[in-house]
Design a protein around this ligand. Structure first.
Ligand SMILES: NC(=O)c1ccc[n+]([C@@H]2O[C@H](COP(=O)([O-])OP(=O)(O)OC[C@H]3O[C@@H](n4cnc5c(N)ncnc54)[C@H](OP(=O)(O)O)[C@@H]3O)[C@@H](O)[C@H]2O)c1
Length: 226
């Protein structure tokens, strides 16, 4: 049994990962904007509040985590919370506010989640998973969705640098594309069901080792060019 912490687990891929991890016997702590509204009731998943754009929320989280974990170490931290904003046409999209929020959630949110959870991660043996996107690949740059693509490229950069910095502590880090998934973000015509994506991602996290730290791949293990 592992102890897993997941951000943005109130809906979508995060919720499905939390449900499946709990169902297979892991202990799961969900970090969500509104624990009362989270669809986690009855799942056995404990929820604590975290808006990843709120510095005060990170400061408040550390003592709550300390209490909830009671000395136990986190085996896997998943930075899943994300936003897709400003998909409109050039030159008007994305707006300045959409740029700011995209980077606050998708980049700074990942970094601050990681650094807040770091003291609680198992070492050696802890794992850190960043949910990025194939749209963050710089090798594939078809245009459009500028704030999302740029923020996911930066999230990948954060993950790769964390992998380097945490190697000496025996903490492995990876960045994953979950597929084009049927969620509020992905839309109803997306290719992959949330359950399939979540199952694939959990299997990939299980497979992450110090030999593969820094990996960028999709939910089925196919490498994605940086
Ligand atoms: N769906 C796809 O096709 C797809 C493809 C590639 C990558 N991804 C990535 O996969 C991850 C999950 O996406 P999804 O499809 O499940 O999206 P989703 O259904 O839109 O859910 C997004 C989650 O992120 C949370 N979130 C947003 N802003 C937040 C903030 N400021 N603080 C804390 N939580 C926040 C939301 O919380 P609330 O419920 O409180 O709003 C929600 O739980 C994201 O990182 C996304 O970029 C998705």
């Amino acid at each position: 049994m592992s102890l897993i912490v997941i951000t943005g687990a109130a809906r979508g891929i995060g919720l499905e990962m939390a449900r499946q991890a709990r169902a297979r016997g892991d202990e799961v702590l969900a970090l969500v904007r509104d624990p009362a509204a989270a669809a986690l009731a009855g799942t056995g998943v404990q929820a604590l509040p975290l808006d990843v754009t709120d510095p005060d929320a990170f400061a408040a989280l550390a003592p709550k985590l300390e209490q909830a974990l009671a000395g136990r170490r986190v085996d896997l931290a998943v930075c899943n919370a994300g936003v897709l904003l400003g998909r409109g046409a050039l030159p008007s999209a994305p707006t300045p506010a959409q740029w700011a929020e995209s980077f606050a959630v998708n980049v700074a949110g990942v970094f601050l989640t990681a650094t807040t959870l770091l003291p609680f991660l198992a070492r050696p043996g802890g794992r850190l998973a960043v949910i990025g996107s194939a749209m963050g690949s710089q090798a594939r740059a078809p245009g459009g969705s500028y704030a999302y693509r740029a923020s996911k490229a930066a999230a990948l950069n954060v993950a790769r640098n964390l992998a380097a910095d945490l190697r000496a502590e025996g903490i492995a880090v990876g960045c994953w594309h979950p597929g084009w998934v049927q969620t509020d973000m992905g839309g109803a015509s997306a290719e992959v069901a949330p359950a399939a994506s979540a199952a694939g991602l959990l299997a990939r996290f299980d497979a992450l080792t110090m030999e593969t730290t820094g990996v960028f791949e999709d939910w089925q293990g196919a490498p994605i060019p940086f």
